[in-house]
Design a protein around this ligand. Sequence first.
Ligand code: 1GP
Length: 255
Amino acid sequence: MTVPRRFGRVEEYLHERVARGPVHGTLIDPDKSPGARAARIARGAVDLGSDVILLGGSTGISREVMAAAATAVKQAVDVPVVIFPEGATSLTPAADAVLFMSLLNSRNLDLVIRTHARAAPAVRTMGLEAIPLGYLVIAPGMRVGEVGQVDVIPRDDVASAAGFALAAELLGMRFVYLEAGSGAPAPVPAAMVAAVRSVLSVPLVVGGGIRTGPEARALLEAGAQVLVTGTITEEEGLGSGFRAILEEVRRGRGR
Ligand code: 1GP
């Protein structure tokens, strides 16, 4: 009898990396950075120690644009290329995996489960690895808070965040993502990260508003295991802010 693999290839890779220390994901919006530009950002980010390239944005990205970016990025780097979806229309087998994420504090059931039910057959047909993830939007939430019709969790309501996160884990989700919103003026508070971390055994992903080395360090010290940044490379490229964040990630790995 063949024992099935516990996780898909990309998820296995992420768990292995998390076990070794902090992980960094570079989020690239293929609408702002199509094809070759996405590939250039990805190559530079991976050279600095980023572990995974996420492709997505909060406004409709067509399957063609997503496929072109995924293909270009895959040619440029040898880390996984994962779709960070905002709907089913941007799914493409050109990527390695998709964050199969439920927006747990949305008022819109489409974003909690209905869109997933509609997209699941296509995900299976495409052979796209689905990584189950509970996604929680924390104030201010920015655009994803609005378009996601989210009851944002207040920044001081750590008990609520911990409750949602633990519920996600108990429901079988294998990652939890605390999101302050892309371009947020400040990241998720470290105290909230620490409170969520203390109840979780699955990896904790934190993103939104991370722009400096000290911010990255505070989140990692609080227990974040995966940091995701997007805006900083869209706005400043691979400049000093991004380098400082990656330096903190590498420091956490002990190299
Ligand atoms: C957004 O968490 C990510 O979903 C990244 O946020 O663009 O603020 O880095 P930023």
